[in-house]
Design a protein around this ligand. Sequence first.
Ligand SMILES: [Fe+2]
Ligand SMILES: [Fe+2]
Length: 262
Amino acid sequence: MLSAKSLFQEILDNDESFRLFCSIAASGESQGGWENARIAALVPQSERALAPKITRHGADEDKHGRIFNALMKKRGLEPVPVPPETDYTMLLEQGGIGLAHDKLKADQPLTVQDVVTYLAHSRVTEQRASEQMELLRKHFADHPDLGRAVKMISHDEDNHLAYCHEELLRFARAGHGRAIRRTLRETALAEIRIYRDVSLAVMSHMGRILGWSRPKAAVLVAGIHAVYAWERCAGWRRMVSLKMPERRDALGGPTTTAPGFA
Ligand SMILES: [Fe+2]
Ligand SMILES: [Fe+2]
């Protein structure tokens, strides 16, 4: 039976697919870490209070990148180059979603609108991260090698999502509601397309490595298109709602360490 669990299991069991999976994940996490560190450095004076949380957000993502690298190392595997068509973070940036890397590389302070854009982009991408990690946690929380990593990353991604909700609601109260709604909508509609394209690309690489039959690959492609169809017609709305989280100030305080990993 083809299920999310059996698919992941197959990817984890093969060194080649496992290291592609970890390399893609590690690269996305560390790009996120770099982006957050730059945003924290360029936060405008009026929003300085947010800087430590953005720094913490970036430190968490960097830690996730190190965890995925450590998982490879534990199996004696070296990272592989990430195929560009599987590079979710880079494709979002190239699609004009979130803050452009040119802006983050410059030494000009960001505007309040930029901070709102960053938070809206994170609101959408952290939803994706949180759901994906929840899926992994559901199936692999007790896995001897992956369990602890998956639980830790999943907990962090939930915190990131809670933080985005809380801060965006604060900006909405301060009069940025329209810009937030517009940016969330644009970001979500672009993200679901890029997520579909990246999923198709990742599956095609995995299929080659694992020698999937044509019918099996066809079922997976159809599944990815079905998810997109659902997200395009209704599912995207879950990525743009704002609700005060139960856990407030989720990124207050320093990042947690990952002993044994990174
Ligand atoms: Fe992460
Ligand atoms: Fe995150």
